[in-house]
Design a protein around this ligand. Structure first.
Ligand code: PLP
Length: 390
């Protein structure tokens, strides 16, 4: 007989990610757990392990189990699918790490006077409401560490290559976990980042022109020093976190805010958040288009880079359309937001906003609601923003 069990009470061997991703896809499309997970008397899973992992990585609290496989077709909402992102309540937490996974969702706010068409609504998801790097990258850093506990247990050091935000988030989390961190940053990274890393007790190594230049060096040093490397460029948890949290939050917030999403605009660095969002929404609702924004050639914008989609993520889904914007476009767009809405988005956020302005000017979007993911805010880049107006 099928019964409801708390998902954390079950034991399972780790299954293959290709299979888990297929199962996540099936669950997102069908919105249900189809078959029970079969367990023995010790709560150990003996059949349908992929379903267990898929539901766990999607954030379900409950799961249907039985001693023989049964078809159940139970709604994931009944399994507590939205619980962890739907009620931050009175927001009292036991430690600062809980700010990353429990103080959710991050806000979504409508921005006014960005384009001259009142039939197009721009809804900004403000990712600077994350505690450590004050950026979307806290989610990545936390989820990789959270899911690598066994690997990290006996390691003293965490090493990572980053343009700034992931490094700050990892430095903060390392301090909380009593680990030492070494963060490798390419030259030209924002000035504030080195100071913040120092305050957090991390070691910053500034070298190379791009993050790509540093990846091999970090891996070599980590092997020598027995350090853990989260490797956000390849680690699937950098995508899974945006399926379980960022995307699910957007879906839930849209439902309660009566926002009928036509499209989502996002920038790309590792591609982690846009890969998660593309995977989630293409499987939930095929009509939602994902627009990826990247810097124009020879117009670098901190935190993001031009993508070649050859070596994409295991989740496969990609943005539907790519838009190129310059750093000047990004700065004009963020200033427009500041003038009319009183908040100062960061440079990659400005790029995302420049992306929707461009899509509108080129007739690529029609009336309706659009979500823009704003990764961090402009206070980190004040010098660059001010310099551009001189
Ligand atoms: N914007 C900023 C400010 C970032 O720091 C990053 C990544 O480091 C991104 C955008 C891109 O995010 P992702 O790595 O998920 O593509």
């Amino acid at each position: 007989m099928a019964k409801v069990e708390n998902i954390d009470n079950l034991k399972a061997n780790m299954a293959d990610y290709d299979k888990i991703i297929d199962r996540i896809k099936e669950i997102l499309k069908g919105n249900t757990q189809r078959y029970t997970v079969v367990i023995n008397e010790n709560n150990k899973i003996i059949k349908n392990e992929d379903t267990f992992w898929a539901l766990k990585l999607l954030g379900a609290k409950l799961i249907l189990v039985s001693d023989k496989e049964e078809e159940v077709n139970i709604s994931i909402e009944f399994l507590g699918y939205y619980d962890e992102i739907s009620d931050p309540g009175i927001r009292v937490y036991n430690n600062t790490l809980e700010l990353v996974n429990k103080d959710k969702p991050t806000p979504i706010v409508k921005l006014n006077n960005i384009i001259e068409n009142n039939d197009i609504n721009i809804w900004a998801k403000l990712e600077w409401y994350n505690p450590f790097s004050q950026s979307i990258k806290d989610r990545t850093a936390w989820y990789i560490i959270e899911n690598s506990k066994e690997e990290i247990k006996n390691k003293e050091f965490i090493y990572e290559v980053t343009s700034a935000n992931t490094g700050i988030a990892l430095a903060a989390i390392s301090s909380i976990l009593n680990k030492k961190s070494k963060i490798f940053i390419p030259k030209g990274a924002p000035e504030y980042a080195l100071k913040v890393l120092e305050i957090l007790g991390s070691i910053a190594v500034v070298e190379g022109e791009t993050t790509n230049d540093l990846i091999k060096k970090v891996i070599d040093e980590a092997v020598k020093d027995n350090a853990f490397v989260p490797n956000q460029f390849k680690n699937i948890f950098n995508v899974l976190v945006h399926i379980r949290y960022t995307s699910k939050e957007i879906e839930y917030q849209a439902r309660y805010g009566k926002i009928k999403i036509k499209g989502i605009f996002a920038s790309m660095g590792t591609g982690g958040h846009i890969a998660g969002i593309s995977f989630y929404f293409h499987n939930r609702d095929n009509n939602i288009k994902v627009f990826g924004v990247q810097p124009k050639e020879n117009s670098p914008i901190p935190g993001i880079k031009r993508q070649n989609f050859d070596d994409w993520w295991l989740t496969k889904e990609k943005p539907d359309l790519i838009l190129d914007v310059s750093k000047n476009d990004a700065i004009s767009a963020l200033k427009k937001v500041a003038k009319h809405n009183g908040i100062i988005p960061g440079l990659s956020s400005g790029a995302v906003l420049a992306g929707i302005i461009k899509a509108y000017n080129e007739g690529l979007i029609e009336k309706g609601d659009y979500i823009c993911i704003l990764p961090d805010n402009g206070l980190k880049y004040l010098n660059e923003i001010i310099k551009s107006s001189q």
